[in-house]
Design a protein around this ligand. Structure first.
Ligand code: ADP
Length: 720
């Protein structure tokens, strides 16, 4: 009797063996249901063998009617687990996020007009018939909503024969994109890059590219060429386009629709369960041909993935920090390798890792050095804040103030960038000096004026701003210190009393509709000054925006983060790139107290490659990534004593590894989070060391109290 080894999406060490009942069509990769403990669980057949060492075998309960998970996908799950020091079942869990997608599309009852008119008409019934002519066959609830009546009116009308109830499958396949439509007429440079991608896709096999082009140079147009080629070559080919979550906007969706005549299948965190199920099902059946998604879309079970695009490949949001930690860009390259696919990493400011890979010949580099047509890159100027100090309690230097006024007078738009939500990032008591912190977390509270609350940005905890200091009880003594976007907006309103000034952050733009509304108003010129956090940095195209002011360029440089300079450079280049996208030349003013910092000097000189060279030399000298490997072991415990104890235990359990250096334990920079005391080890090793294997061995050797938590982070990005 053949045996199926089933991997479950649970933190179990390995697959379990089950008997395959006579006649059951179980094959490698089948999605099955099988008894596990008290329940039946969904899992994937990881192997089919002849015999099992287990004494008693339970039978597989059932097989889902879905194409099996491909071998490439199963190998990807295994690779991802091993590399990121996680259980394969945990990674499989990410691939099975929408298990409802395994069942057939649900059938819904819809109501269609029959043309028959009952003689018992009422005004409400008239409205339904009228609405039905517009909507076509829809559910009772939808029809009632469109008519502005209750659903019972619809049902009543159906009984008279004026409406007919029909069964309709919901979650239909996405409309098929048409790769034959023509795109923009490419410039010579774009054409060369597009041809290289088309050729790679045509030839097939694993081919990694870096599409290195300045903002607005047409990277999207160029990778559209690759997508068109992939879809046209092979009627079953599927394409995945990864974007940072906040860049997944309607505008992006519309652009795909324009180019291919149909929008892509979406995948991101704000999808409803039904939308998620639909995308998952369509991907698993090989019918969704273009998927645009955030990092987790990498774990969708494609049938025939022939092209992966990682847009804004340098973006730090590709690094997943919770649960299974992984870097979606790196995993995308690995997935492409396993699928034998082309992968395109696109950016105006590629990560040093990617640049080094391109220079070493591992990736083919395609360059786009100009914006098509008249559009020019903005002039970037540093404002030395030591010489241009704003007045006390203000954040805009005289230089930036003048530029804002001039832009307003010219009838053009400005963007003020500050990566701090709320009104003030710190609240202190003028009377006793207390700095207000979040309970159980070592983090300051931010004042939000629009909502009148104090908010912890790490945990989301909040409270109304109290009238008295919680420490000393002094009345009206709490004072916000430092600037957030709300405060800068207040200052801009004082400076430009006639201007429409709006704040754009995750607080003011909750959900797709709100974000869309503010982006549309800005694009239509209804806003004069937009004050935003990094949410404004991505992908928006505001034709009349000619001035970008960076309020505090230094904020990202603090702390011991290895990539602080690089990330500041990337973010500020991206923000500055918002200015002057169309025919009007743009200008960016960057306020800094460190004009001699290499990142700032490179920004002003437009010398990205020079900056990368300095970064590269420093990292090579210190054998930091990508020239060496790095990992973190992150531990936490409910008390400071236990934290100390587990730190000692872990230090003792660290295995010996050739060339491996273990630093720590040290308290994490945020040493208490949600009541848990945190510490971390940092591990470095030369490039040829398998640090994943080392970390796995270390975790295995660790015996910790139950209340302790420990996890490994390969190539950490966040040092909090
Ligand atoms: P990137 O992705 O590099 O930022 P995009 O592909 O978004 O650049 O292009 C920037 C803008 O220029 C878009 O509005 C795009 O439609 C337009 N564009 C790019 N290439 C061309 C071209 N060859 N002809 C006409 N418009 C183009």
């Amino acid at each position: 009797m053949p045996v199926a080894r089933i991997l479950f999406p649970l933190p179990l060490p390995e697959p379990f063996d089950y008997e395959i009942p006579e006649g059951m069509a179980v094959e490698l990769g089948s999605y099955v249901s099988a008894p596990l403990g008290k329940y039946e669980r969904t899992g994937v057949v990881w192997d089919v063998v002849e015999t099992s060492s287990a004494k008693v075998l339970k039978p597989v309960a059932s097989v889902f009617d879905a194409p099996p998970m491909t071998e490439a996908m199963r190998r990807f799950v295994t690779f991802c687990a091993r590399y990121n020091v996680a259980g394969p079942g945990q990674v499989l869990g990410m691939a099975l996020r929408a298990r409802g997608g395994l069942s057939p599309s649900p059938v819904q009852t819809v109501y269609a007009l029959t043309g028959h008119r009952t003689n018992r008409m009422t005004p409400a019934r008239e409205k339904v018939l009228e609405a039905g002519r517009e909507t076509g066959p829809v559910s009772a609830a939808e029809l009632a909503r469109a008519a502005g009546v209750s659903a019972s009116v619809v049902k009543g009308l159906a009984e008279t024969g004026s409406l007919r109830a029909e069964a309709r499958v919901s979650d239909l396949p996405y409309p098929a994109p048409d790769p034959g439509r023509t795109g923009a007429e490419l410039t010579v440079e774009q054409g060369t890059a597009g041809d290289a991608l088309r050729a790679a896709v045509r030839d097939g096999g694993f081919k990694p590219f870096l599409l290195d082009g300045i903002t607005g140079s047409g990277k999207t147009e160029v990778y559209f060429e690759a997508i068109a080629e992939a879809l046209a070559r092979d009627p079953e080919a599927q394409v995945l386009v990864l974007l940072p979550e906040i860049a997944l906007t309607q505008a992006v969706f519309d652009r795909f629709e324009q180019r291919f005549g149909a929008g892509p299948a979406p995948w991101h965190s704000s999808l409803s369960d039904q939308q998620r199920r639909r995308t998952w099902r369509e991907v698993a059946h090989g019918r969704a041909r273009i998927v645009t998604g955030a990092r987790s879309a990498l774990f969708l079970p494609f049938q025939r993935l022939s092209l992966i695009i990682v847009d804004e490949e340098h973006d730090t949001s590709y690094k997943q920090e919770d649960g299974v930690t992984y870097h979606a860009r790196d995993m995308a390259v690995m997935r492409a390798k396993l699928e034998g696919a082309t992968v395109v990493l696109a950016s105006a400011t590629p990560a040093l890792e990617t640049v080094v890979n391109a220079e070493a010949g591992r990736y083919t580099r395609l360059k786009l050095s100009a914006r098509p047509g008249a559009a020019k890159l903005p002039e970037i100027e540093l404002v030395d804040m030591r010489a241009n100090t704003p007045e006390r309690g203000q954040w805009l230097s005289p230089v930036l103030q003048k530029a804002l006024q001039a832009t307003q007078e010219a009838g053009e738009q400005s963007l003020l960038f500050l990566n701090r939500r709320g009104y003030a990032p710190l609240v202190i008591c003028k009377s006793c000096g207390e700095r207000l912190k979040s309970p159980g977390t070592d983090s300051w509270l931010t004042e939000h004026r629009y909502t009148g609350r104090l908010v912890c940005h790490l945990t989301g905890w909040s409270m109304p701003k109290p009238d008295t200091c919680p420490m000393c009880g002094a009345k009206d003594s709490l004072m916000g210190v430092g600037p957030g976007v709300e405060r800068v907006a207040e200052e801009a309103r004082q400076l430009l009393p006639d201007a429409v000034v709006e704040v754009f952050s995750s607080d003011t733009a909750q959900g797709g509709a709100a974000t869309r509304a503010i982006v549309e108003r800005m694009a239509a010129g209804e806003i004069d000054v937009l004050v935003g956090t990094q949410i404004v940095a991505k992908g928006h195209n505001f034709p009349n925006l000619t001035l970008v002011g960076v309020v505090d360029a230094d904020s990202g440089l603090q702390g011991g983060d290895l990539r602080a300079g690089e990330q500041t450079f990337q973010l500020l280049s991206q923000v500055a790139g918002r200015a002057g996208r169309a025919e009007r030349p743009g200008r960016a003013l960057i306020q800094t107290y460190q004009p001699d910092n290499p990142a700032m000097m490179a920004l002003a000189a437009g010398d990205r490659d020079g900056f990368l060279q300095i970064e590269r030399d420093v990292r090579e000298e210190l054998t930091l990534p990508p020239f060496g490997r790095m990992a973190a072991l992150v531990m936490s415990a409910p008390s400071a004593e236990m934290a100390k104890e587990i730190g000692l235990l872990a230090g003792k359990a660290a295995p010996h590894g050739e060339g491996v250096t273990v630093y720590g334990p040290a308290p994490a920079p945020i040493s208490v989070l949600r009541g848990r005391h945190r510490l971390r080890f940092l591990i470095t090793a030369p490039r040829d060391v398998d640090l994943s294997a080392y970390m796995t061995a270390w975790l295995k050797a660790l015996k910790l109290p139950n209340a302790a938590r420990v996890s490994a982070d390969i190539d950490p990005y966040s040092f909090l």
